[in-house]
Design a binder for this molecule. Structure first.
Ligand code: HEM
Length: 465
């Protein structure tokens, strides 16, 4: 009996202690002047668990209670969550007023101090300029499209009469194509070594920055070290050779425009960033396009018609050219609709470099702002029947450029790889829909938050069209 009593007392004390800490945490934050409404959860951990577990519902509940601009403590930092389209636009357009990218420490450590998300002002201008010189429309048209076409054919050959995991196919496709654009001649053994380390690096960037053996963060740092070794060897090899390679790495090494000249360390971070930033967005959009097209036969028929019309104008093995790409109007609409409906990007992170007033509230220096754009994708005024997959809505060109279309971000950080991403996905769809038909095998689970993924893969039975 006594033991039970002691147990009950300890439990009651424990509960009081926890409530006390929660209350103390709220009081501590409410002592700061004019913060937005909201709760901060536990010291250090904040409300991260609820946020990750409930995902979009966490945001919806908070918005119902506190409005579209509220505070929380997630992913290790006090954070303002902004779901207001107008305010989101203001934040994205005003980096100069002290609203700089605010990605987690683990990401910055693993992607390197010169990665584009870690640099501001003139350094950002220079590194972004270098980036754009690699992927601008002229490069796409004259150099990149033919390579994307070549490696897409190789990647998508021989799927006939097989059951395949589309998620695996699209992730491998996105990495292979980006790697070949960057370092075309490097051998397949270098690619395999690179890929193994790159997978670990990806996982590490989304982890808590605890540098202890066995943690994802530690593995990510080790992967970065290995990738630096591989890239330094490749760069040294190229410097000692007279051969011309005509790929992005050569272009970076021989950059003659002094405005965009990068040091070797910056080149390495740029290479890693090109692979990192395009990889998941391109692969998940491609995977979800296959899923949505499978579920919507009229859209599949329409996209097939578009691609067979292109093939009808060409010899059997003739690669795609720029005019073919430009004629893929419905395909582009499918890509935008997929990106919207699947919400490949939920939002972007910013950080205040000084105390500032936003929406009538005072935001302290160093706080994160989660510019949460997901809900805009389901706004019935912008997208009637928002839960319906309807690529036709994007045939109205003004939709791509409306003020609240943040599928590719906005302002000075607007995605510089947007067109390259669309060309890659469009080429993937071209070869997939003209070569194959596919049926889903079983009902695979699809997660949409915090990232779009099929935890057990997305299996389809493929046959020749
Ligand atoms: C469907 C494909 C893609 C989507 C949906 C997408 C989306 C985005 C978004 C939302 C941002 C804004 C991030 C922010 O404001 O913090 C962004 C930035 C960026 N994206 Fe993409 N992206 C795609 C493809 C690509 C590709 C293929 C590349 C590289 C080749 C790329 C490279 C970048 C880079 C480097 C930035 C940072 C720009 C800066 O900080 O100035 N993206 N992207």
């Amino acid at each position: 009996m006594e033991i039970v009593m002691v147990g009950v007392c300890l439990l009651a004390m424990g509960v009081c202690f926890c409530l006390g800490i929660l209350k103390w945490n709220e009081i501590w934050y409410s002592s700061k002047k004019r913060l937005p409404p909201g709760t901060m959860g536990w010291p250090v951990f904040g409300e991260t668990t609820e946020f990750l577990k409930q995902g979009p519902d966490f945001m919806k509940h908070k918005r119902a209670r506190y409005g579209s601009f509220f505070k929380s403590h997630i992913l290790g930092s006090p954070t303002i969550i902004s779901m207001d389209p107008e305010l989101n636009r203001y934040i994205l357009l005003n980096e100069g007023k002290g609203l700089v990218p605010g990605y987690p420490q683990s990401m910055l450590d693993i992607l390197g101090k010169s990665n584009i998300a870690a640099v501001h002002k003139s350094d950002h201008k220079r590194i972004r300029g270098s980036f754009l010189s690699l992927v601008n429309p002229y490069m796409l048209k004259d150099q990149l499209l033919s390579k994307i076409d070549k490696y897409m054919r190789i990647h998508l050959h021989n799927l006939d009469d097989k059951t395949v995991d589309i998620q695996k196919i699209t992730t491998n496709m996105a990495l292979l194509v980006a790697f070949k654009l960057l370092m075309e001649i490097e051998s397949s053994s270098i690619y395999e070594a690179f890929k193994a380390e790159f997978d670990k690096l990806m996982v590490g960037t989304l982890s808590l920055p605890i540098n202890v053996p066995g943690t994802n963060y530690h593995c990510g740092l080790l992967a970065r070290k290995s990738l630096l070794g591989i890239l330094r060897d490749i760069i040294e090899g190229r410097r000692n050779s007279l051969m011309k390679h005509n790929d992005m790495l050569d272009y970076l090494l021989k950059e003659e425009d002094q405005r965009y000249k990068l040091s070797d360390d910056e080149i390495i971070d740029q290479v890693i960033m090109i692979l990192y930033s395009g990889f998941e967005t391109v692969s998940t959009t491609s995977m979800m396009a296959i899923k949505y097209l499978h579920d919507h036969p009229s859209a599949l028929q329409k996209i097939r018609d578009e691609h067979f019309a292109i093939r009808g104008r060409k010899k059997p093995e003739e690669p795609l050219d720029w005019n073919d790409y430009k004629s893929m109007v419905f395909t582009r609409a499918v890509i935008f609709e997929t990106s919207r409906l699947a919400t490949v990007v939920n939002g972007v992170l910013r950080k205040t470099t000084q105390e500032m007033t936003l929406n009538g509230n005072v935001i302290p220096r160093g706080w994160r702002i989660y510019v949460y754009t997901r809900e805009i994708n389901y706004d019935p005024f912008l997208y009637p029947e928002p839960q319906v997959f309807n690529p036709w809505r994007w045939l109205d060109k003004s939709l791509e450029s409306h003020n609240y279309c943040f599928l590719f971000g906005g302002g000075t950080r607007l995605c510089p790889g947007k067109e390259l991403g669309i060309v890659t996905i469009a080429t993937f769809l071209h070869y997939f829909v003209t070569r194959y038909r596919w049926e889903e095998v079983g009902e695979e689970k699809l997660l949409k938050f915090p990232r779009v993924e099929a935890p057990n893969g997305l299996h389809v039975r493929v046959s020749m069209y």
